[in-house]
Design a protein around this ligand. Structure first.
Ligand code: URA
Ligand code: SF4
Length: 211
């Protein structure tokens, strides 16, 4: 990796004061870390420019990488169900990820998800910051530890603080687990109910903030 890429991350590629279409176009050419090399494409966030709620996941998965849209695989299916039950229309939300390229290792023909490291999270953070500036959501919902730590710092523990409303000057934040963790849980139904309850808390918080 060139030293310049390493030092600067995505910051070199983010246009100033840009709206979402300009950001998306610029992100397609990002080389802020090494992940662009093996992934198919940048998977930028999607949703209305001034969505009240912005959701942050970890990184695109296999299907997202192929199709170019966030949360269109199994985790997305579970998320859709929970959003719907909590009274959110998915297309009224802005959905994005802490890291915009798929990180994986190849095992035969399969591509196995690899968690993004600090390098990728820090490198990619300028895109998330730019999305937050463009969308200006009232509530940010963090899905899992990578998203929560990207927004709230590496000391943040989802296990201790899930479902808690954290009010920052620019927006409120609520963290919950990642929908993939629900899919992997030994008791999937119980895990789903807890996840859905957190989305219910997000709904109530958003309704209160709108008043
Ligand atoms: N998992 C994520 O964190 N984001 C996606 O877009 C898909 C799966
Ligand atoms: Fe740029 Fe983020 Fe992709 Fe790295 S993961 S190349 S910083 S968009």
């Amino acid at each position: 990796m060139a030293a310049r890429e390493k030092a600067q991350g995505a910051a070199l590629f983010v246009p100033e004061e840009a709206g979402l279409p300009e950001l998306r176009a610029a992100a397609a050419g990002c080389r802020g870390c090494a992940l662009y090399r093996d992934a198919t494409q940048t998977v930028f966030g999607e949703g209305p420019e001034h969505a009240a709620m912005l959701l942050v996941g970890e990184q695109p998965g296999d299907q997202e990488d192929r199709r170019g849209h966030p949360f269109v695989g199994p985790a997305g299916g579970l998320l859709n169900r929970a959003l719907d039950e909590a009274g959110f229309a998915r297309d009224a939300c802005y959905l994005t990820n802490a890291v915009k390229h798929f990180r994986f290792t190849e095992r035969g023909k399969r591509r196995i998800h690899r968690q993004p490291g600090r390098t990728e999270i820090v490198a990619c953070a300028p895109w998330l910051a730019a999305e937050l500036r463009a969308v200006r959501p009232r509530l940010v919902l963090c899905l899992g530890a990578i998203a929560a730590q990207a927004l709230l710092g590496t000391g943040f523990r989802v296990s201790e603080r899930r479902g808690e409303l954290i009010e920052l000057p620019e927006h409120a934040v609520l963290a919950t687990v990642h929908p993939s963790a629900v899919l992997r849980a030994p008791d999937r139904e119980a895990a789903y109910r807890e996840f859905a309850a957190d989305l219910g808390r997000a709904r109530a918080a958003l309704d209160a903030l709108a008043r």
